[in-house]
Design a protein around this ligand. Structure first.
Ligand code: PEP
Ligand code: MG
Length: 324
């Protein structure tokens, strides 16, 4: 089977009736790069910058960060690499920057930390911009956005970092900037967010956790954590419609994007890009190449008519069997 899948590497990610579905990859380490390229990734939809931070004993300097990011950008160039600004807090704690809270998932995490510490944010963005000099394949993405002011503030800081570098003689360009939709508030303000940036990307892991009030790491409630929950699927659909109403592309970079059955729904919803772990790339491509895009809308509408995640799952399973 693996061998069969490997043959798909250089074949386009498109349905039997010719609908293209770009498949991107999630990375965090240089070790991910070779496998991702081997499996035909068309770009990086999520580079988790906190991973290199987690492997150190102190904050990496601007120069250290520049070197790390440049390696990643060079490895994929000319393919785009979407670098997410530091997303610590929640379940991801840096040993040298402890955060102690009763409710870490509702606390100081993601953009909240870096806007409270603009020096961390500015150093990181400067390092990303410097790293992209002459390559121009950088995209920057903001995690855990829950209101528009956070976006405005972050955009201002990116602009400041860019202006300073240009003044210092760096030959850099302002990269596309995007917002992660992973807090329910962002679903309901997706149009206002999309208006401010170049793209949206849904973080379905956190979005599921927050919509269903189910800690994504708590085994006791793991049965309640289901991205096929109709409330989650409705939200995912709403985000696409909002982004497109503003003329902006929207992707998804949570685990759901690597689930071949869910991909059928995501395509029908209109997602412009799917970003997943490298080990899902070929399996997802196999499913895309076996289905007809013009039949997926009927599937989406039938899942919209049922009331439970289990029923959605049953419908998807049946379709997957039909596809073979
Ligand atoms: C997500 O929340 O879906 C996501 C992609 O980000 P992370 O898993 O790193 O929180
Ligand atoms: Mg997240």
């Amino acid at each position: 089977l693996t061998q069969g899948l490997e043959a798909l590497r250089d074949l386009p990610s498109e349905t039997l009736d010719g609908h293209r579905m770009p498949l991107w990859v999630n990375t965090g380490l240089m070790a991910d790069v070779a496998r991702s390229l081997d499996r035909g990734a068309e770009g990086v939809g999520l580079y988790r910058t906190e991973i290199p931070f987690l492997l150190r004993e102190r904050f990496p300097s601007e120069e250290e960060q520049r070197a790390i990011y440049r390696e990643q950008l060079i490895a994929f160039a000319p393919l785009p690499v979407t670098m997410r600004t530091l997303d610590i807090g929640g379940d991801k704690a840096l040993p040298y920057f402890p955060i102690e809270e009763e409710n870490p998932f509702l606390g100081w995490r993601g953009i909240r930390v870096t806007l409270d510490h603009p020096e961390i944010f500015l150093v990181q963005v400067r390092a990303m911009l410097k790293a992209s000099e002459g390559l121009n394949n950088l995209r920057i993405m903001l995690p855990m956005i829950s209101n528009v002011q956070e976006v405005d503030e972050a955009l201002e800081l990116v602009r400041r970092a860019y202006d300073e570098l240009v003044e210092d003689g760096w030959d850099v360009t302002l990269p596309p900037i995007g917002v992660m939709v992973e807090v329910p508030a962002a679903v309901y303000q997706a149009r206002q967010l999309a208006r401010r940036v170049d793209f949206l990307s849904v973080g379905s892991n956190d979005l599921t956790q927050y919509l269903l009030a189910v800690d994504r790491n708590n085994t006791r409630v793991a049965d309640l954590y289901h991205a096929y929950h109709p409330a989650v699927l409705n939200s995912l659909r709403q985000v696409v419609d909002a982004a497109h109403a503003e003329g902006k592309p929207v992707g998804i970079c949570g685990e759901l994007a690597g689930d071949p059955a869910a991909v059928l729904l995501l395509m029908a919803m209109g997602y412009d890009m799917l970003s997943m772990n490298d080990n899902s790339l070929l399996r997802v491509k196999a499913v895309i190449r076996s289905c007809r895009y013009d039949e997926l809308h009927a599937l989406l509408e039938s899942t919209a008519l049922v009331d439970t995640a289990d029923e959605v799952k049953a419908l998807l399973r049946k379709t997957m069997t039909d596809i073979g």
